[in-house]
Design a protein. Structure first.
Length: 338
């Protein structure tokens, strides 16, 4: 009987030791760690988020050993996927563009804000500067020298004529499905632009860029939504049309002010700090700027490069910055992989 008891006790100890050993093996190592193998990032459809995704992916994969993936979709779809845990990391949440759903998600604890990627951006309705000032070098006369504000646009339907509706102007809105599209719709109503102008919603960011590029290279008038940081605002001389100074109460009621200051933040799904705490630590240090982001976007444009190629170029150009976001040994792994 004593031998049976001793044998049973030994068996129990072996089982317990095996179970306990799993804690040590769960620490992060070359192949990632914790309770997650693949970290999924959001691609909401514009180039700057793709560049920041690529920078983050390079560091997460080569530095921390996790696999990564990207889920593409509209702002609404990717934010919802982020809230539900299908997307772990969102490198560019434009908080004031999605203010209501962002605050709701933060309050509910669905995801958390870990850093401000950049906060020196602007957005709104732009025209090429030559529309107002002309361009002597290109032989372009000013088509609307008195144009200053968004509301002024209704006085210039013939300048920004809609090719499909002669006699009326065309304003290029944000792409269909973007949260900011509704803000432009509200401004149309408030400023009475519908009296003379058509509100045109393109299918994608690429469609806006193609339309603007064609007009700019031909020296023709153009007006539409855009934002910085982008390759477009870095490349072309554009003027942002004025609106009343931002006032939170007015903005929330009518959208009748300039766009609010927009903290563009990095957020993580609520479970990620437990699943990959070292990755969240890195993302908590992630901080760039409008100009830094536009450098990568200009490189993409000028070299017909992919977001991944631009990210590698940018990381080589700004090694002192991104290496400050991670421990030295992680930085060395990433540099070796590059």
């Amino acid at each position: 009987m004593k031998k049976l008891i001793l044998l049973f006790s030994a068996t129990i100890l072996v089982v317990l030791a095996a179970c306990g050993g799993g804690d040590e093996g769960s620490e992060s190592d070359e192949s990632g760690g914790g309770d997650i193998d693949t970290i999924v990032l959001a691609d909401a459809g514009w180039d700057s988020i793709r560049v920041h995704n690529s920078i983050a992916q390079k560091i997460i994969e080569d530095g921390y050993g996790y696999d990564t993936d990207v889920t593409a979709g509209s702002t609404a779809a990717t934010i919802q996927g982020h809230r539900e845990g299908d997307i772990d990391v969102y490198m560019e949440v434009w908080t004031d563009n999605v203010k209501e759903v962002y605050e709701e998600a933060i309050d509910a604890g669905d995801f958390e804000n870990v850093s401000v990627n950049f906060d020196d951006n602007v957005q709104g309705l732009y025209v090429p500067t030559y529309v107002i000032e002309g361009d002597e070098e290109r032989g372009i006369e000013p088509a609307a020298p008195d144009l200053r504000t968004v509301e002024d646009l209704k006085n210039y339907p013939e300048v920004f004529e809609d090719p499909e509706d002669p006699g009326r102007g065309r304003v290029i809105n944000a792409p269909s499905g973007w949260a900011v599209q509704e803000h432009i719709d509200a401004k149309f109503d408030l400023y009475g632009l519908e009296e003379t102008m058509n509100n045109f919603a393109p299918g994608s960011d690429a469609a806006i860029v193609a339309d603007l590029t064609d007009a700019y290279e031909a020296g023709e008038p153009w007006v539409g939504y855009y934002w910085s940081p982008t390759a477009v605002t870095a490349k072309f001389d554009l003027t942002l049309l004025e609106e009343p100074e931002y006032d939170q109460e007015v903005w929330e009621e009518t959208k009748g002010t300039e766009f609010p200051p927009n903290d563009v933040v990095v957020t993580v799904y609520k479970d990620l700090p437990d699943q990959a705490p070292e990755v969240v630590d890195f993302l908590s240090n992630y901080e760039t700027s409008n100009d830094l982001t536009e450098e990568a976007l200009s490189y993409m444009d000028e070299n017909e490069a992919s977001a991944e190629e631009a990210a590698i170029w940018w990381m080589n150009e700004h090694e002192d910055l991104w290496t400050s976001w991670v421990p030295e040994e992680i930085a060395e792994k990433v540099k070796e992989a590059m």
